[in-house]
Design a protein around this ligand. Structure first.
Ligand code: RB5
Length: 151
């Protein structure tokens, strides 16, 4: 599938290895940077990835910062985005299974490269369970209440 990916400086150290990993699984990766270890602002990258996923230019997104949290907060401001932070195999599975997440956010300062790859793979391979649709529809309704151009 087509995957958009972005990191800040905290995620940059593993960015190229994560891209290689995703490509080795057969995915096409759109790389939005960052492209150096110089300090930068995670919302800039979250926004680009979220726009791609929101408009279906990519099927899924991967965002990596120090904790994953700033990326998730930023991406979730964009309509149609459900970005979930993962810290284990179980949470990587659950953001797909229960939350129908379309972006995974991970913290490069709190996990190994190997764990992050495991979690991304699980996230991508897990399908949403329809029995949770009612709750997702309520999330979508909250968004509609606030986004006049998204009715
Ligand atoms: C950058 O120092 C750090 O704040 C960022 O990578 C991220 O963890 C924010 O949520």
């Amino acid at each position: 599938m087509k995957i958009s990916l972005g990191t800040d400086h905290a995620g940059f150290l593993i960015k190229n290895k994560v891209i290689n990993f995703l490509q080795s699984l057969g995915h096409e990766v759109v790389d939005y940077g960052t492209n150096s270890a110089e300090s930068c602002d995670y919302p800039d990258f979250a926004y680009k990835v979220a726009l791609d996923v929101s408009s279906n230019k990519s099927q899924k997104g991967v965002l990596i910062c120090g904790t994953g949290i700033g990326m998730a907060i930023s991406a979730n401001k964009v309509p149609n985005i459900r970005a979930g932070v993962c810290w284990s195999k179980e949470t990587a599975q659950l953001i797909s299974l229960h939350n129908d997440a379309n972006i995974i956010c991970v913290g490069a300062r709190f996990a190994s490269f190997e764990d992050i790859c495991d979690w991304i793979k699980i996230f991508l391979e897990t399908k949403f369970e329809e029995r949770h649709s009612k709750r997702i529809n309520k999330i979508i309704q909250i968004e509609k209440d606030f986004c006049t151009n998204n009715k």
